[in-house]
Design a protein around this ligand. Structure first.
Ligand code: AHR
Length: 489
């Protein structure tokens, strides 16, 4: 296969926030996965487990979305500040009906973001909350002067305000966030965002609840009625191999199901293209970002686990799903300004799984690590026509590739989706000369190989020596079912 790189033609910046995360009060994402409490025997910093923190820091996480998800529209932030022993308990009705003790609240979340060096992205409660509650939350976190909320923050141990840039106004307001019609939500959005104030030099990037997958009417109505009041509009799309009633197993699947999963992942490209086209009508300058703040695979939960906890394993297939999504986000980097995988730890397409004091890095984690070089890099368009990977009467490209350049280094990431056939990619390098090539590869014995607590490195990145500079460019020998990133200097 031939691939042409025009290394001197930059097509826009890949916003680092495309590599963002999402952690909800759901199952063992926050409790157990991130937060163990100050008194836990599991090593922690201010209650946040150290092993997970270190692993996440390695990924240069740019932004973290919290507290949900569906949980956000039931969350009352005032219950989660002040002395922990006084914090109100609540029922997490969406996710397993378990008791939420509110020990992980605003201070703990913002401390986590400080430790990670990432931007917080907070979703306020529209479904069951009030404008006053949302407005006071912003005042509590970001106001520097004398005010009831700022004084309360100080009394709770935090003198200086935090910087909080990203605020989401409700989550899935078309569903778990209130079952609203777009016309109604657009008005609610306009009202809420009015009282989400900029205090001092804290400038808020306001994100409206966007469509569920292919609900183009939602985008149309929101953009028509409120685009000038928003900085971003969200989009949620999950890769589900079968359907909501029978999603499919995370680890037990055949090649047909593998193929369907990858094909359904590629649908993200069509969704973004069509929603962007609607947005272009109202916002041709692309001022409003499309914020894909929930994406990833959604399978049946692991047998024997709480169905409300959405705990699933993660295989080489998930690694390919992540790589495909990143390539799509790069391609749309003029419109997609943030994306947040669902979810960071122990939920859905997690990058980390934990069990007690043990931690496992999933194949998806390794793709985040291999792709972090693209954060804030200039997107380089590639020209290639991939052979097809065929299954029954359907086909998808065998190779998906994406590239960017930063600080004089060109990075090309590729995946070979075909589980049986290797492929040579002959790269013609235009616009720049390179003297050195190095690379990393992620592959595994089988499409459903995964990392377990007993065997943590079945799917782990290795040095890749299959890329060779030639007189004409570069040849990359891409093994079957693999993800590769090469760096050219
Ligand atoms: O990520 C799990 C759930 O999926 C979120 O809470 C909700 O927003 C979506 O339906």
């Amino acid at each position: 296969m031939k691939l042409v790189v025009n290394a001197d033609i930059k097509k826009g910046k890949i916003n680092r926030n495309i590599y963002g995360h999402f952690s909800e009060h759901l199952g063992r994402c926050i409790y157990g996965g991130i937060w163990v409490g100050e008194d836990s025997p599991i090593p922690n910093i201010d209650g946040i487990r150290k092993d997970v923190l270190e692993a996440l820091k390695e990924l240069n996480i740019p932004v973290l979305r919290w507290p949900g998800g569906c949980f956000a529209d039931e969350y009352h932030w005032k219950d989660g500040v002040g002395p922990k022993e006084n914090r109100k308990k609540m029922i997490n009705t969406h996710w397993g009906g378990v008791v939420e003790n509110n020990h992980f609240g605003t201070h703990e979340f913002l401390r986590l973001c400080e430790l990670l060096g990432c931007e917080p992205y907070i979703c306020v409660n529209v479904g069951s909350g009030t404008v006053q509650e949302a407005s006071e939350w912003i005042e509590y976190m970001t106001f520097d002067g004398e005010s009831p909320m700022a004084n309360w923050r100080r009394a709770n141990g935090r003198e200086n305000p935090w910087k909080v840039k990203y605020i989401g106004v409700g989550n899935e307001s078309w569903g778990c966030g209130g079952n609203m019609r777009p016309e109604y939500y657009a008005d609610e959005y306009r009202r809420y965002q009015t009282y989400i104030r900029n205090y001092g030099d804290n400038r808020i990037y306001r994100i409206a609840c966007g469509p569920n997958a292919d609900d183009y009417n939602w985008t149309e109505v929101l953009m028509r009625n409120a685009h000038w009041h928003m900085n971003g509009l969200s989009l949620h799309y999950y890769t589900i191999p079968h359907n909501w009633h029978h999603k499919g197993s995370a680890t037990i699947f055949d090649e047909k199901e593998y193929f369907i999963t990858l094909k359904k992942t590629m649908y993200m490209d069509e969704l973004i293209t069509k929603h962007s086209t609607i947005m272009d009508k109202y916002d041709p300058a692309k001022r409003v970002g499309l914020i894909v703040d929930e994406w990833g695979t959604w399978y049946d939960v692991e047998p024997g686990t709480n169905p409300g906890f959405l705990y699933q394993q993660n295989t080489l297939r998930d690694a390919l799903v992540a790589a495909i999504n990143f390539a799509i986000f790069h391609k749309h980097c003029d419109r997609v300004q943030m994306a947040n995988i669902a979810q960071t730890v122990n939920v859905l397409q997690a990058v980390i799984l934990t069990e007690g004091a043990e931690m496992v890095l999933t194949p998806t984690y390794h793709v985040f690590n291999m792709f972090k070089v693209h954060q804030d890099a200039d997107y380089i368009e590639l020209n290639y026509d991939s052979p097809k990977y065929k299954m029954d009467n359907e086909e998808i490209p065998q190779v998906v590739a994406t590239a960017s350049t930063k600080d004089g280094v060109l990075h090309i990431s590729l995946c070979n989706l075909d589980p049986h056939n290797d492929i040579d990619v002959n790269v013609e390098l235009r616009g720049n000369q390179y003297k050195e090539v190095s690379g990393t590869i992620l592959t595994a014995p089988a499409i459903n190989s995964y990392n377990s607590f007993e065997n943590k490195n079945v799917v782990a990145p290795q040095n890749f020596d299959g890329a060779k500079l030639t007189n004409d460019g570069l040849v990359i020998s891409l093994p079957a079912k693999s993800v590769v990133t090469v760096a050219l200097k």
